[in-house]
Design a protein around this ligand. Structure first.
Ligand code: ASP
Length: 591
């Protein structure tokens, strides 16, 4: 037997017992006559003592051990004279009688402690060392618990966990596919699933009734800050359900997960239509931890001689409480420049300050009298000390820009409180989105999403402009400004699905070649069905009040999509390429 206890187990009750512990050397302290070693495993840390008086040779050996050596120590549990109240095992220590070095270790490249000096690249290259750190281990343990609770809740509700294949044909979810060449079918490729969407729908046609899977999905996107090329979803589908049934079921799951992992009781989730979210927050995933809602000013601010506002489709702003005296002219200038960066692209930023002394000051004071500005303030419900920040321009763009400003002000004002959870359902998404650049419609959610019942007829017979106004039974679960989940009621009728492919610019042949199996399945008694998928990595992060999903993935990729530990992607041997009939001619060879 390697060990009798873990490094977090021993208490005063164990005093006098002979025990064996295994673990890594976290730290050692040498006081001449005495040497102390902190021995660490996943569970905690226990102090080992070596006394020169008792065993000189053993003590000498202990002194020579380095950080991260793997040890097995056997000895007597005794009470510590100098207790450590910050540690579960802090009342006791082990008077070591025998010590085995199970494996030595090179000096690690960074300190293995809660706060490490290791930079990102180094930590990823030596991820096995990084993963020894307690906060990182806790993240993985949390993730495991979250998966377990998900399975408990869903299997209680009669969901069946079914594995769907990874080697499939492209499923358009709006990203590029990762492709895998087929050796047995030269020149042909599998695609890795962007999601199990079509399979879970087929499972509904097959009568499984309720499906779920905690599953990897793959999307070959340019990696924005918090994206991973492979990520995990809690993927679900249900038959004979309306949108209401799905929202209830998965609101239930979310509440269960918060309750069982954090002990947090969430109140019923508010719902907001997509249009309302865009109008009030300029985002389809508003952070409701704070207000600062948009207020539109067109009627009050236009036709008073300020041409920028007069020409704008929308004049809209937010009210930053108590910020009037926090922003000097220089600060406002800086904030304006921040808004003008290409990432946001605002043309300018107008402010109105309602100073604590009752005076009003504005960057557009030349164009508007105090009475005008006070009327604006009234609409915002502004108090003395508040500052209005106002943008103008084309509606959609301006709202997006103001969303960024609202979030930034929320951050600066400390309103994004950790531990405060504000979930909501965003519903009634448009079915289709017109893309000016490519001159075609895109599916707002994905091509299998059904229009609302009331819109089916208009979808089948309407003209181009009608299509822009179709609404879908599609919904997103948003928590604290993060999209946690999204789904929809699906089309289960061949004719309607064909019409949708048609609107999305697929020819009959293309639709048949890519989705013939699904269209075919719809001809054999497809039940009405719908579903949702939760971003599992994101859910882990949000529950922990953290912004990065990478911290909850054991082996994440970096921003270039590389795994720097195993050094992938990498070239393959030319024999492998030959077998796959892939010819990687360089430009020179092609000549
Ligand atoms: N497959 C969708 C997605 O990955 C989720 C769903 O509609 O169920 O976003």
């Amino acid at each position: 037997m390697y060990r009798t206890h873990t490094c977090d187990e021993l208490r005063m009750d164990h005093v006098g017992q002979t025990v064996s512990l295994c673990g890594w050397l976290q730290a050692s302290r040498d006081f001449g006559g005495m040497t102390f070693i902190d021995l660490r495993d996943r569970y905690g840390i226990t102090q080992l003592v070596f006394d020169v008086e008792q065993d000189r040779e053993l003590c000498e050996r202990a002194r020579r051990l380095g950080r991260e050596f793997v040890l097995r120590a056997t000895g007597l549990v005794r009470e510590r004279s100098n207790k450590n109240p910050n540690r579960n095992t802090g009342d006791v220590e082990i008077e070591v009688q025998s010590l085995d070095v199970l494996n030595p270790s090179k000096v690690p490249h960074f300190t293995i402690a809660d706060k490490t000096d290791g930079g990102d690249d180094l930590r990823m290259k030596y991820r096995y060392l990084d993963l020894r750190r307690e906060p990182v281990q806790q993240n993985l343990i949390f993730r495991s618990q979250l998966a377990l609770e998900t399975r408990k809740y869903l299997s209680d509700k009669h969901f069946v966990e079914v594995e769907t294949p990874f080697l499939i044909k492209s499923t358009p979810e709006g990203a590029r596919d990762f492709v895998v060449p087929s050796r047995m079918n030269p020149g042909q490729f599998y695609a890795l699933p962007q999601s199990p969407q079509t399979f879970k729908q087929i499972l509904m046609v097959a009568g499984l009734d309720r499906y779920f899977q905690i599953v990897k999905c793959f999307r070959d996107e340019d990696l924005r800050a918090d994206r991973q090329p492979e990520f995990t979803q809690i993927d679900c589908e249900m038959s004979f359900v309306t949108q209401e049934d799905i929202l209830q079921t998965f609101e239930g799951l979310t509440k269960h997960l918060f309750q069982s992992t954090l002990g947090v009781e969430l109140p019923d989730f508010p719902r907001m239509s997509y249009d309302e979210a865009m109008q009030r927050y300029g985002s389809d995933k508003p952070d409701l931890r704070f207000g600062m809602e948009f207020v539109e000013l067109n009627d009050l601010a236009q036709n008073k001689g300020f041409s920028v506002f007069d020409q704008a489709e929308l004049v809209v702003g937010i009210c930053a409480s108590g910020q009037a005296d926090q922003y000097s002219n220089k600060d406002i200038k800086k904030l304006t420049e921040w808004m003008q960066r290409p990432q946001i692209g605002a043309k300018g930023l107008v402010y109105v300050k309602f100073n604590a002394d009752g005076s009003v000051k504005s960057s557009v004071g030349k164009f508007y009298g105090e009475e005008d500005l006070r009327a604006w303030g009234e609409r915002f419900g502004a108090q003395a000390g508040d500052m209005l920040l106002i943008l103008s321009g084309e509606t959609e763009k301006t709202r997006k820009q103001l969303n960024e400003l609202r979030l930034e002000m929320g951050r600066r004002m400390g309103l994004l409180k950790a531990g405060d959870f504000k979930p909501l359902w965003v519903v009634d998404f448009p079915l289709l989105e017109w893309d000016e650049d490519s001159g075609r419609f895109h599916a707002m959610h994905h091509p299998f999403t059904a229009p609302k019942k009331a819109d089916v007829e208009r979808m089948l017979t309407g003209d181009h402009d009608t299509m822009k106004s179709l609404r879908a039974d599609a919904y997103d679960l948003v928590i604290n400004g993060s999209e946690i989940g999204g789904g929809s009621i699906r089309i289960h009728d061949r004719e309607l699905q064909s019409r949708n492919f048609d609107l999305l610019g697929f020819s009959k042949e293309e639709a048949e070649a890519q989705f013939g199996f699904l269209l075919g399945a719809f001809e054999y008694g497809a039940p009405p069905h719908g579903g949702i998928a939760f971003g599992f990595d994101r859910l882990c992060a949000v529950l922990n009040g953290q912004s990065s999903i990478r911290d909850f993935i054991a082996f994440p990729k970096n921003n270039q999509g590389r795994d720097v530990m195993i050094d992938a992607p990498a070239p393959v041997a030319s024999e492998q390429l030959d077998e796959l009939r892939i010819d990687l001619q360089t430009e020179e060879e092609v000549g």
